[in-house]
Design a protein around this ligand. Structure first.
Ligand code: HEC
Ligand code: HEC
Length: 287
């Protein structure tokens, strides 16, 4: 009788120890499981990205190099997704710019799912007539968010103290930067390399704009947009602060507010050289 009690007690204690150990291990096991699943999701998302998105958003989401299905180099029509302002931090600036209330995960999943009406960014979810199931939308969104790795996000964007007035900027002379006269020919090359042409088209061809207004007559039109502003001031501000003033007519009808224009040029141009702004102005204003 006593032996049975002892054996029973020992068996009970052993069971508790094993269960306790398993319970302690559980969070660790779950974490491994989640990591493995996330790894797979990003991998699946990468494949979806390469097959469906890279033709517009480019190799590694940089919107710099784009190829069509035959492998020919084409102009990137999409915005950079491998972009500090879209993926880094808990609330990237892009959310505020587009007045989105939610997380960056939701922003990306919803944009992919429902697209951007009036642009070539179509809806990808089968809920809105696209080809993807919910899990595929989530996978490709996870791939995009994966650009936000520590190393990438640790590099603070390069800033430049842009003067408010374009006239002050055009004659600026500081230790870091001395303005030189505008070079319209280089401006034409920059208009393509900053992908202005993907939305505004070719300035020699009316109607070639796909998203924003055609800029072939901006030297005249720009002077009429905001009372008291010269065309140069207007174009300068349009590039630096896209939401300050919304142009009336875009390629597909009235322009949307907030602006559909890429909103990080103040940093992108500073990252190269502010002189690029002067050359772009010379090109667009024909000076
Ligand atoms: C035909 C070209 C094209 C394809 C293909 C395309 N996109 Fe886009 N995408 C765009 C354009 C253009 C925009 C910007 C639309 C606008 O003006 O608001 C955009 C916007 C986005 C945005 C929002 C970026 C921001 O900063 O607001 C995300 C995210 C995005 N696309 C993801 C994807 C993913 C993922 C795929 C593949 C499933 C994809 N896109 C396929 C052209 C494309
Ligand atoms: C993703 C598309 C897109 C890209 C890329 C883009 N823009 Fe825009 N842009 C727009 C849209 C849409 C508007 C109209 C809404 C607004 O006023 O912001 C606009 C407005 C403008 C205007 C005011 C036009 C007017 O008729 O009042 C100027 C000037 C301009 N952009 C210059 C540029 C330059 C220069 C670049 C490249 C450095 C550029 N944009 C890149 C979409 C784009």
């Amino acid at each position: 009788m006593q032996v049975k009690v002892v054996i029973g007690t020992i068996a009970f204690m052993l069971t508790m120890i094993i269960l306790g150990y398993a319970a302690l291990r559980e969070p660790e096991r779950l974490e491994h499981f989640t990591e493995a699943r996330e790894g797979r999701t990003i991998e699946v998302g990468a494949k979806i990205y390469i097959n469906n998105c890279a033709s517009c958003h480019g190799v590694e989401g940089k919107a710099e190099e784009c190829y069509d299905s035959a492998g020919n180099s084409v102009t990137c029509q999409g915005l950079p997704l491998n972009n500090y302002f879209l993926v880094c931090g808990d609330t990237p600036e892009r959310l505020a710019q587009t007045r989105f209330e939610g997380t960056k995960e939701q922003f990306i999943e919803r944009t992919v799912a429902s697209g951007r009406s009036g642009t070539v960014m179509v809806a990808w979810s089968e809920r809105y007539g696209g080809p993807f199931r919910d899990d595929q939308v989530q996978d490709v969104a996870a791939y995009v968010l994966n650009f936000a790795n520590e190393e990438f996000c640790a590099q603070e964007p390069i800033t430049f103290d842009w003067p408010e007035s374009v006239d002050d900027f055009l004659v600026l002379e500081t230790d870091e930067f001395a303005a030189a006269p505008g070079d319209a020919e280089n401006g034409a090359a920059l208009y393509a390399s900053y992908a202005c042409n993907s939305c505004h088209g070719n300035i020699d061809e009316p109607g070639s704009n796909q998203i924003g207004p055609w800029l072939g007559e901006i030297a005249e039109v720009g002077a009429t947009r905001v009372e008291g502003q010269t065309a140069a001031q207007y174009v300068y501000e349009s590039i630096l602060h896209v939401n300050n003033f919304i142009a009336p007519e875009c390629a597909q009808g009235p322009c949307t507010n907030p602006s559909a224009m890429r909103a990080d040029y103040a940093f992108a141009i500073a990252g190269n050289t502010p002189q690029d702004m002067i050359d772009l102005l010379a090109y667009l204003l024909g000076e």
